[in-house]
Design a binder for this molecule. Structure first.
Ligand code: HEM
Length: 255
C-alpha cells in the first residue's frame, strides 16, 4: 500500500484512502476460475465479453493505452507509446474497508466463521493471509507452472506461486520481503483495522436487502479456497495476436 494517503502533501482534512493512485503489475497468476475465460459467445444483448477464451491476457493499463479488446478508447494518442511499459499494470486499489464483511460473518479469514471474498483484480487470492503471503514470497516460491499445476509436494499459494499472467513490468519492490509468519499475521491484523464501520452494513440501505447466505467455517486462511482450484488448460493457448500483437508491441513476449 504505497503512499497510503495524500494527506501529507495537500489534503490535510482528507480521509486516508490507502492507495498511491498508481498502477503496478504484481505478477498475479492467470486465474482459470475467472469467468472472463468462458464468456466466448454473445450474451443476451449480443455482447461477447472475450472472444479469445484462454488466449486472453489482461494487459491492464497496456490494453487501455492500445485501445485494445474490452477497453474504452485511449483518449490521448500521445500516451500510446507508453503501452509496453504499462503492460500488466493494474490500478492500485484502495485498501480502505478491504476486510469488510456482512455483519453476520466477522472476518474474511478462515477458520471463521468467515465471508469468502476474492482479492486483486482477478480474484486469484482468497484471504488476506494469502495476499500478504503473496507479497512476501511471490519470488521465493516461484514456479514456472500455471495455476492448478504446482509440483507434487507443494501447496499452491503456500509454497508454490504459479508464474505471472503477464511477466512484463513486474513490481520488484515486493515479492521477497523476508517476513515471518507472525509478521504476516500482524499485517493482516492491520488490514482488518481499516474497516471504518461508517457505512456498515452497506451504504445504500434502500437496495441492499441483507446478506442471506451462511458464513463459511473451517480450514485455514493460508489454504482458503484451494478446494476449488481447477487446472489451467495445458498447454495454455498463447496470447491472442489481437491483444499481444498490437503496436507498440510488448517489450517482451507474453506467453
Ligand atoms: C506489504 C505491503 C502491501 C500490502 C499489505 C498491500 C495490500 C494490498 C491490498 C489489501 C490490496 C487490495 C486487494 C483487493 O481489494 O482486492 C492491494 C492491492 C494492490 N496493491 Fe498492494 N499492498 C502492499 C504493497 C504494494 C506495493 C509496494 C505496490 C506497488 C508498488 C502495491 C500495488 C498494488 C496493486 C497494483 C493493487 C491492485 C492489484 C490488482 O487488483 O490486481 N501494493 N494491496
Amino acid at each position: 500500500m504505497p503512499g497510503q494517503t495524500q494527506m501529507g502533501t495537500f489534503a490535510t482534512n482528507a480521509r486516508p484512502l490507502f492507495t498511491c493512485f498508481g498502477y503496478s503489475n504484481l505478477g498475479l497468476p492467470l486465474n482459470p476460475r475467472d469467468a472472463i475465460f468462458y464468456q466466448t459467445t454473445p450474451d443476451f444483448f449480443g455482447f461477447t465479453a472475450n472472444a479469445f477464451g484462454f488466449a486472453f491476457r489482461d494487459l491492464g493499463l497496456g490494453t487501455f493505452l492500445r485501445s485494445g479488446p474490452g477497453s474504452a478508447p485511449n483518449p490521448n494518442s500521445a500516451w500510446v507509446p507508453l503501452a509496453p511499459r504499462m503492460d500488466g499494470r493494474q490500478q492500485v486499489s484502495t485498501i480502505r474497508n478491504v476486510a469488510m464483511t456482512p455483519p453476520q460473518c466477522p472476518t474474511t479469514e478462515a477458520p471463521g466463521p468467515y465471508f469468502q471474498k476474492e482479492f486483486f483484480h482477478n480474484g486469484y487470492i482468497k484471504s488476506l493471509k494469502q495476499l500478504v503471503h503473496f507479497y512476501n514470497t511471490r519470488d521465493k516460491y516461484a514456479y514456472p507452472v500455471t495455476s492448478g499445476h504446482c509440483p507434487s509436494g507443494t501447496t499452491e499459494k503456500v509454497h508454490c506461486w504459479p508464474m505471472p499472467e503477464v511477466p512484463n513490468n513486474i513490481d520488484m519492490t515486493t515479492g521477497n520481503l523476508g517476513l515471518t509468519d507472525q509478521e504476516e499475521n500482524q499485517i493482516v491484523a492491520f488490514l482488518q483495522t481499516l474497516t471504518d464501520g461508517f457505512t456498515r452494513p452497506y451504504a445504500n440501505i434502500d437496495t441492499f436487502t441483507g446478506f442471506t447466505g451462511t458464513c463459511m467455517s473451517g480450514g485455514t486462511a493460508a489454504t482458503q479456497g484451494n478446494g476449488t482450484l481447477i487446472p489451467t488448460p495445458s498447454p495454455l493457448p498463447p496470447c491472442a495476436s489481437a491483444i499481444c500483437g498490437v503496436a507498440p508491441l510488448p517489450s517482451a513476449t507474453i506467453p
